[in-house]
Design a protein around this ligand. Structure first.
Ligand SMILES: *Cc1c(COP(=O)(O)O)cnc(C)c1O
Length: 475
């Protein structure tokens, strides 16, 4: 720990906090658990910043990587190619909502967002609409922290300082259902919120390249959630107004919301879909932007027309990362289901995508990962339910494998705790003491565990969160 703070600068951290707050070096991870150098274990309730899907040090992903490293660790992806890169693109385009037939790699989520923004602008330029230079984004959205990605986000904590550097975007009040009226349904509120988007598109469509959204859950924006109908309406409106739809599924993709991709619950396909985080099962940085053939074709021409997309990253399509991603997809696709079919989901949660149609070559046609996750989601709901009546819990909300508990000063008015009080930090500290890694977003405590978590571990997670919330809201 001493060596660390002498030389390192950690992400999303006021380093001075570590004068008080222990920094925890981890020696190894197994399944949902991390272990420090004193042998103390921590249940990873946040999937190490939402990246881990099937646990730490998974034997299948480990084996795939060991094999890959003995064959090809990396090769330039301009002019050269490799098996894992090709196979991953084939499988992602097969699994994605229909029409997304092209895959462009980048090496992290923010870079994927930059790629989608640039591609959209460039498409319109290549097709004779250079006046389209702006983007529409939702309030409380988050798309990463490089300058372009930060510009299309709206979380003040990350954005405000850098505002003078950022391109100007059109920010529309979003469908965040925390703000719905008492008694109003998620669907009704999400529909009502859409009028702001409709107006913005009517006014600005001529100058707008794309609308960018996080489907169903605004994760970094404190796990705020909305109804899929918003995405359905948005898809229709984007079509009507001649504007692209960018779905940033970096956090919500790969089963987090109950379906393989969140867009499926709205029955839509975006024009660009950004993937990262869980893509490699939490092993290595990799991102993919999937897009449509018509967009690809607008760049496909003789070199001298200068229509090509000349964007690149040194580690584009890294074979190790692609191989980890393939092993992760195997874990989704090749597990036999030993459970009877689940009853249909309550309205709003939507349908579970049958992986059957995705590939004729699969050994076992259905994924039991998603159906097992439905069981785990119910366990999470039950475990957190006792907090419903807590005087400082404004709301417990859930979409699939993401459950969030919003702490407030006043339950009746939803008056928040002043951010300076850092109530969430008390929950974090308590979690560490009790061996559960909970890392609240401000005053929102959430669970986003790996899919191999057990019901007992979920109950532990909830119990520790409850104790932490009790002590954080005691005065
Ligand atoms: C994490 C995240 C990003 C940024 O990904 P990084 O790999 O951290 O750059 C972008 N969009 C969403 C929705 C995210 O949750």
């Amino acid at each position: 720990m001493e060596r660390d703070v002498r030389v390192l600068w950690h992400p999303c951290t006021q380093m001075k906090d570590h004068e008080q707050l222990p920094l925890i070096p981890i020696r190894r991870g197994r399944g949902a658990w991390l272990e420090d150098f004193d042998g103390k274990r921590y249940l990873d309730a946040v999937s190490s910043w939402w990246v881990n899907l099937f646990g730490h040090s998974h034997p299948d992903i480990n084996a795939a990587l060991k094999d890959q490293v003995d064959n090809l660790e990396h090769v330039i992806f301009g002019g050269f190619s490799h098996q894992p890169g090709i196979e991953l693109a084939e499988r992602l385009t097969r699994l994605a909502p229909s029409g997304l037939t092209r895959c462009f790699y980048a090496d992290n989520g923010s870079a994927a967002v930059e790629v989608a923004l640039k591609m959209s602008f460039h498409y319109w330029r290549n097709t004779g609409k250079p006046q389209k230079t702006r983007y529409i984004t939702l309030s409380n959205s988050y798309h990463g922290e490089t300058l372009g990605a930060l510009a299309v986000g709206d979380v003040a904590l990350y954005k405000e300082t850098y505002r003078p550097l950022l391109m100007d975007v059109i920010t529309v009040p979003g469908p965040d259902c925390y703000h719905r009226e008492a008694g109003e349904s998620w669907e009704a509120y999400s529909r009502r919120a859409f009028t702001h988007m409709e107006q913005a598109l009517e006014r600005h469509a001529q100058e707008v390249c794309a609308v960018i959204v996080e489907p169903l859950v605004q994760c970094a924006g404190a796990m705020r959630m909305y109804h899929p109908v918003y995405l359905t309406l948005l898809r229709q409106a984007c079509n009507r107004h001649g504007v692209h739809l960018i779905a940033d599924e970096i956090a919500v993709g790969f089963g987090r919301t109950g379906t393989l991709f969140a867009c499926e619950q709205a029955g839509i396909a975006p024009d660009f879909m950004c993937l990262s985080k869980g893509l490699t099962g939490g092993y290595l940085p990799l991102a993919a932007v999937l897009t449509r053939e018509v967009i690809y074709q607008a760049f496909y021409d003789d070199y001298a027309t200068l229509k090509a997309f000349l964007h690149s990253h040194s580690y584009t399509g890294n074979p190790l990362a692609c191989r980890a991603a393939l092993a992760t997809l195997d874990l989704f696709e090749f597990q036999l289901t030993d459970r009877p079919p689940e009853p249909p989901l309550p309205q709003g949660e939507g349908r579970v995508r049958e992986l059957k149609e995705a590939s004729a070559t699969m050994a076992h046609p259905t994924s039991n990962v998603l159906s097992n996750n439905r069981h785990l989601s119910r366990c999470m709901a039950e475990a957190a339910a006792p907090l419903q009546d807590h005087p400082h819990v404004a709301e417990i909300r859930q979409t699939g494998m993401i459950l969030a508990i919003e702490l407030v000063k006043d339950k009746a008015t939803k008056e928040p705790y002043p951010w300076q009080e850092r109530r969430g930090l008390t929950v974090y500290r308590h979690g560490l003491e009790r061996g559960v890694l909970l890392r609240p977003l401000g005053n929102v405590v959430y669970f986003m565990p790996p899919y191999i978590v057990t019901p007992d571990e979920i109950r532990l997670m909830a119990e520790v969160a409850m104790e932490g919330i009790e002590s954080a809201t005691a005065d």
